[in-house]
Design a protein around this ligand. Structure first.
Ligand SMILES: Cc1ncc(COP(=O)(O)O)c(C=O)c1O
Length: 395
């Protein structure tokens, strides 16, 4: 039976073969990229300088080692940009992410921080040099030990469930993490078999209050005292926010300062401190260029939607910053619009409101900004709508 690969269904994008920094076609401006594009799909844009600068913020300010959470944007160009900026640690969750990072940045240190892994994943990870493994149950600890053949060089990270509450726009509570009693038992069980032992937690993504990180520290401190177990590392996870309209966070340095102070207060500053930022490293360094196919009143029907990179714009009603790109002059007055994606599903609706020039209409390109994290990474091929075009804008 002839079963064409779904990717062949996409309209080809014709882009000039310019210099390809980080393996991408590169342009000086979004306008240049649009002018060069002859496809029918959305275009994903990466801004290497913005990603580099976010990496520098973490590398110079975070009070410990920063490890990039690859899930936020696994595009090989993002990995290369971060590597060239000096990022050396990468948090991975699956065999595909492991192999992707190994191929793209062969000397990277990999942290397999998913608390539930298949046995094949554990075996493969260990074979390709992964030594950091997360767990949150006795059964998972057992799997790690069996599948690494009782390796004596493991850095084991116990994932803790934090007490409920917090300011994250995307809480990650309730799925992973050992509760208080289990954590005590697990720390005691893991101590004799770990070359290094640590605890890790995640305050939830897009954490709006730096105090959430600090609130976790007395909890960890109390737990370790009761367990009477020494650890070597403390991984405070990801969750560092980026700016979206209506969700403007404190400067990242405020988070670092508060965390450094908290670590000192609880005597953790001598531990190996790890952070796993995803969103904060690539969120502002990427956008989606989408074309208006039809306007009906204040509704714009786009070639990109919630089954593409706009999942959070639909499901969480996030209002990403938007910009109109067109060669002719646009109306000065701004109006509020709602977006519809191209698929048949009525959930493919982004309520916004998104403010754009009043005469926005068919053929216009809209840049939906700050979509570098959990945008392209979540895109599906539903209904044959997908984009295979990622460009770098260097300006
Ligand atoms: C284990 C782990 N680390 C890091 C991250 C990255 O979080 P963020 O993108 O909010 O920084 C996540 C996100 O879900 C995660 O589950």
């Amino acid at each position: 039976m002839f079963n064409p690969a779904p990717s062949r269904l996409a309209q080809p994008a014709i882009l000039p073969d310019f210099d390809r920094p980080f393996g991408l076609p590169a342009f000086n401006s979004v306008a240049e990229a649009i002018a060069a594009y002859d496809g029918d799909d959305a275009i994903y844009v990466l801004y290497p300088k913005t990603i580099e600068s976010a990496a520098q913020t973490f590398l110079s300010g975070f009070p410990g080692q920063s490890v990039y959470a690859v899930k936020a944007n696994p595009h090989p160009a993002v990995l290369k940009i971060l590597w060239s900026a000096g990022m050396r640690g990468f948090d991975v969750a699956s065999i595909r992410e492991i192999d992707l990072v190994r191929t793209t940045c062969p000397d990277a240190e990999l942290y397999l921080m998913h608390p539930v892994k298949s046995r094949r994943t554990i075996r493969h990870a260990y074979q390709v040099g992964v030594r950091h493994f997360a767990f949150d149950s006795m059964a998972e600890l057992g799997k790690i030990l069996v599948e690494t053949q009782d390796a004596t060089d493991l850095h084991l990270h116990l994932r803790l469930a934090l007490p409920a509450g917090g300011s994250a726009s995307m809480p990650l509570e309730g799925k992973y993490g050992a509760d208080y009693d289990d954590a005590i038992e697990l720390l005691r069980a893991a101590r004799p078999v770990a070359a290094k032992l640590g605890v890790c937690f995640h305050v939830g993504s897009q954490c709006m209050d730096p105090a959430d990180y600090i609130r976790a520290l007395p909890y960890v401190h109390g737990l370790l005292e009761i367990a009477e177990v020494q650890i070597e590392s403390l991984d405070i996870g990801g969750g560092f926010p980026v700016a979206y309209p209506g969700l403007e966070p404190a400067p990242t340095q405020d988070y670092f300062d508060r965390i450094a102070k908290g670590l000192k207060i609880f005597g953790f500053e001598y531990l190996e401190i790890i952070g796993e930022p995803g969103r904060a490293l690539c969120g502002e360094g990427g956008s989606t260029l989408t074309r208006v196919e039809l306007r009906k009143g204040q509704d714009l029907y786009l070639n990109e939607g919630s089954y593409g990179s706009l999942f959070d714009a639909a499901q969480c009603a996030w209002k990403y910053p938007v910009k109109l790109h067109r060669t002719d002059e646009a109306a000065k007055e701004m109006e509020a619009f709602r977006f519809f994606g191209p698929t048949c599903d009525s959930m493919d609706t982004m309520a916004g409101p998104f403010h754009l020039p009043a005469d926005t209409g068919e053929g216009d390109w809209i840049e939906i900004c700050h979509l570098g994290a959990y945008g392209q990474a979540l895109a599906t091929r539903f209904n044959g709508f997908q984009s295979e075009t990622t460009v770098a804008v260097l300006g």
